[in-house]
Design a protein around this ligand. Structure first.
Ligand code: GLU
Length: 309
């Protein structure tokens, strides 16, 4: 789909851009520390094929936690509702995304939801296949279909950078393995998970994926049902209840758009039945959300009545 630069959207971006200086780029994955904290770009896809944008939308970024939504949709389609939710819960936590605390204090060491790292690692564990390469290809094929872009791939430098430093995620995996929630080799799972998180795209691709979720799984160009309606609804519900880490409640009240953020500064939004949003703004607040991206969404939601509530 062609995407038009939009003057009105540009003004909203210029307003929100002043907040980039309040945040910091993530550095715990060293490769992410190379991002320019002043960047802010957005694309919006509509069901009729229109697309509008502002900022440098050619910049690529890795999905990081946004990949958790795509992986969840994939395993729900491949394994079914019961299999998935026997192994991961449906409740928000209010804890930071990489917290280990609930695994120990809950009766069963089953992660509370698929949007925190513990739950996302369980979801990635469910991606079936003989090798990491085969499992990653399945996820990439699905991601490419959602984005309508065959060129999408993962960024090997970012994946390697996270693999080197992912000791907290390794700790979560060992805990889960002790309780037989995962059964595979931890290094293999971390290898696949870090490559999944390093899947790379630009705002246009992300907005297109957001639109497929907004349209309950229907490809806006071909009309094809890429994922069942029910799967898209489950993913959107998780985006509302836990998509913005432990700021999800405030985000729902102030903005009211199903959304998922990642520590690279990406935010995917899916306004039900109306539009898909892709934002890139790598300066993050203390909870891990794009500072300027959140301001931009808040501004847009108020200006165009985007809240679903
Ligand atoms: N790959 C990152 C991690 O597991 C994703 C975190 C995020 O984007 O919230 O730490």
């Amino acid at each position: 789909m062609p995407c038009q630069k939009d003057q009105e959207l540009k003004k909203h971006v210029e307003y929100a851009k002043q907040f980039t200086k309040e945040g910091k780029v993530a550095t715990y994955i060293p490769e992410l520390g190379k991002a320019n904290p002043n960047d802010l770009s957005i694309a919006i896809h509509f069901p009729d094929g229109r697309c509008i944008s502002a900022g440098d939308i050619t910049k690529k970024f890795t999905l990081q936690s946004i990949s958790k939504v795509v992986a969840l949709a994939y395993v729900l389609m491949d394994r079914g509702f019961d299999y998935v939710f026997e192994r991961v819960g449906m409740e928000p936590t209010g804890d930071p995304f990489n917290s280990i605390v609930r695994l120990e204090t809950m009766d069963v060491a089953k992660p509370l939801n698929p949007m925190i790292n513990a739950g996302a690692l369980v979801v990635t564990h469910m991606i079936d296949g003989e090798t990491v390469e085969e499992r990653l290809q399945k996820l990439l094929t699905f991601t490419r279909e959602l984005a309508g872009n065959e060129q999408i791939d993962f960024n090997p430098s970012v994946a390697a950078s996270e693999f080197e430093t992912a000791n907290l995620n390794r700790a979560l995996c060992y805990f889960l393995k002790q309780h037989q929630i995962i059964t595979e080799d931890v290094e293999t799972l971390i290898d696949l998970y870090t490559k999944q998180c390093a899947i790379e795209m630009n705002c246009l691709d992300l907005a297109r994926i957001g639109l497929v979720f907004a349209m309950n799984g229907v490809d806006p160009e071909t009309g094809k049902q890429i994922m069942p309606d029910g799967v898209a609804r489950i993913c959107k519900t998780f985006m509302v209840t836990c998509g913005m880490y432990n700021a999800s409640g405030e985000f729902a009240i102030k903005i009211g758009i199903p959304a998922k953020s990642g520590v690279s500064g990406g935010i995917m939004g899916a306004v039900p039945g109306r539009l898909g949003i892709g934002i890139f703004g790598p300066a993050l607040d203390e909870k891990g959300n794009s500072v300027a991206g959140m301001k931009l969404l808040e501004h847009l939601s108020k200006s165009y009545q985007l809240s679903m509530f």
